[in-house]
Design a protein around this ligand. Sequence first.
Ligand SMILES: Nc1ncnc2c1ncn2[C@@H]1O[C@H](COP(=O)(O)OP(=O)(O)OP(=O)(O)O)[C@@H](O)[C@H]1O
Length: 261
Amino acid sequence: MTQEPVLFARGLNKRYGKVVAIDNSDFDLYPGEILAVIGDNGAGKSTLIKAVSGAVVPDSGEIRLDGKPVQFPNPQSARDAGIETVYQQLALSPALSIADNMFLGREIRREGFAGQYLRMLDKPKMRSVAREKLNELGLMTIQNIDQPVETLSGGQRQGVAVARAAAFGSKVLILDEPTAALGVKESRKVLDLILEVRSRGLPIVLISHNMPHVFEIADRIHVHRLGRRLCVIDPKAATMSDAVALMTGAKAPEASMLAAA
Ligand SMILES: Nc1ncnc2c1ncn2[C@@H]1O[C@H](COP(=O)(O)OP(=O)(O)OP(=O)(O)O)[C@@H](O)[C@H]1O
């Protein structure tokens, strides 16, 4: 690839006592792509993603965002820099409405005295922006923006979480197993939503164990093994069984499978 990575990491390390969670791990996410991250259980995928999104501080290594060296001491600092992460355990508040969830922690205050001093929220504005964002992403099957999130289906909840992250993530969207708990139809909607987000130009990191989903939507596949990046494969040049064989160590990477990087 001739472009510069949006998010880049080299030599990331993280240990928990004697356990080496990531071991000299590299990572590259390019503009406008869906990069899947796959690997066996315990390979270090989550730790890698947490390290580039501020949820874990690596012991050593380098991270760059848009070419500039960055350090994220916490998730908020990564969010402020434009990296939004949606974890499998969705950070939604079930009793709050869709609109309120969209703005959780980022509420829009009223203008002037009411907002500045009384901290009053601009509910109509939040509602209209939430509707606009969900609409843009084709999520307006969720009819009522005031509906509590606990009344939504799993797929709709995932949709709200992805829409929220896509609405606020200006540089990178990271999705950790977004379809793991969903049925076939709901997974389809979430995959379509991810494709829609990509078409808007936001690059996406997708951690998934679901090979059909990965092979359907990823542009490149980062294979993580024993704490580090083993290779990056091209889903058009490698098969799902190649991917599983690479993850488990049954096969070594072959030049014909590799993605341009
Ligand atoms: N907070 C922690 N404390 C101790 N060990 C940890 C911690 N987080 C991760 N590890 C260990 O680091 C290793 C990598 O874990 P990680 O969760 O990153 O793997 P993973 O590839 O995401 O696995 P999975 O697919 O099962 O979610 C594992 O051996 C795990 O037990």
